[in-house]
Design a binder for this molecule. Structure first.
Ligand SMILES: *Cc1c(COP(=O)(O)O)cnc(C)c1O
Length: 380
């Protein structure tokens, strides 16, 4: 978290019904529209990302509705689990957790649904458990190619503001995000971006909703206010985060993340280890999941690195527990932070006796050095 965001939040708590609040609320909502790249409404909840997952489903669907979900990893499977609790009927397309959602499989599935029973296609943009992204624009094309009316719902909780995302241009109907990943904020805010088609669907949706109801939010937001108490000081931080992202330029932010992903993968390759994601077009710019060789425990390695270097790496979740560790390179992150991170991993691999070749850090530094001058955000 940048100090600049912390400082921005260090404010007296404003009366959220007071005369000055509308302006704050308006700029938070308008700022998020520019990050989602949408002209439509963005709803801001005082919740973690999971709340906005629930909101996406309950606002447009009705009990018994079918939706197609792609199990790209742990987070996708949790979203399907949530859908089942609401008596939706998610049909889950499984994967090996080493790639994003396959647009061709989705197209075939939708073509077979000539009665149009499937109401939504739900995919995770950046699967944080595996370091694989899904090609959202291609998934929209697949839905259109099948001439199917299903809504496209996208979890971009860890993708937004780190990986390219274009709500309107890509034809997304509902996007879900959260504050504590690419937006560089503490946990506590979540978001839905909503298309016109999704607003139409909301009119006939019969799942129970109150706290998550878009209609009350959107009505109050028209003047910058909220139907219930918003996370006031988080909004100050959010406005600052949006300002920082635009100062750097979103395209530069995305390029910086991609470059750090590439440098990380070069280190992994030099170590002789395997990246979890197997599809080049789907490598995550947000994080890299690294598999440890069979017979070795990634959690043991993580604990050695935590104890010796006070660096906490992401763990393997559910199906991949112990099999991989995750290097995050998102948000407020630069070349030297990445260099330190990779150094900690390389020393840890040695100390934990994980078979590997040395030289990963050197390989990453070579790449960072050779591409350093190309980066506009480094201009002084
Ligand atoms: C973090 C994350 C979530 C869960 O969000 P919470 O804020 O923990 O509720 C869901 N999906 C993805 C892809 C995530 O990265």
């Amino acid at each position: 978290m940048p100090d600049r965001i912390l400082r921005a939040m260090d404010m007296p708590v404003q009366d959220h019904r007071g005369p000055g609040f509308g302006e704050l609320g308006m700029s938070a909502v308008e700022g998020m529209k520019s990050i989602f790249k949408t002209a439509g409404p963005v709803v801001i909840y005082p919740s973690s990302g999971t709340g906005a997952w629930e909101a996406a489903l309950v606002n447009v669907l009705s009990p018994g509705d079918k939706c197609v979900m792609v199990e790209t990893g742990h987070f996708a499977s949790l979203w399907a689990h949530l859908a089942r609790k609401f008596e939706l009927q998610p049909e889950v397309i499984e994967t090996d957790w080493r790639r994003g959602a396959d647009p061709n499989l989705l197209e075939d599935r939708l073509r077979a649904d000539s009665a149009h029973e499937i109401k939504a296609v739900c995919v995770v943009h950046n699967e944080t458990s595996t370091g694989c992204t899904s090609r959202i624009a291609d998934i929209r094309k697949a839905i259109d190619a099948a001439d199917h009316p299903a809504l496209l719902m996208v979890d971009t909780i860890s993708g937004l503001a780190s990986a390219d995302f274009r709500f309107d241009e890509w034809g997304v109907d509902v996007a879900v995000s959260g504050s504590q990943k690419g937006l560089m904020l503490p946990p506590g805010l979540s978001f839905n971006a909503v298309s016109e088609k999704a607003l139409e669907a909301a009119k006939t949706s019969t799942l129970a909703k109150s706290y998550w109801s878009w209609s009350e939010m959107i009505a109050a937001n028209a003047t910058g206010y909220f139907p219930y108490t918003p996370a006031t000081n988080m909004l100050y931080g959010l406005i600052e985060a949006v300002a920082m992202l635009h100062e750097e330029g979103l395209e530069n932010v995305f390029a910086r993340h991609k470059r750090h992903g590439e440098a990380t993968r070069r280190a992994v390759q030099a170590w002789g280890l395997e990246v979890q994601c197997q599809v080049e077009d789907e490598y995550s710019p947000v994080l890299t999941a690294v598999r440890v060789p069979d017979g070795h425990d990634a959690d043991e390695l993580r604990s050695v690195i935590l104890k010796n270097f006070d660096m906490s790496l992401g763990n393997g979740l559910s199906k991949v527990q112990g099999k991989l560790f995750r290097i995050g390179h998102l948000g407020d992150f630069n070349d030297l932070m990445l260099a330190a991170t990779l150094s900690g991993v390389e020393m840890g691999l040695d100390l934990a006796d994980v078979p590997h070749q040395t030289g990963g850090v050197a390989r990453a530094l070579d790449y960072l050095k050779s591409t350093a001058g190309e980066n506009p955000w480094m201009k002084v």
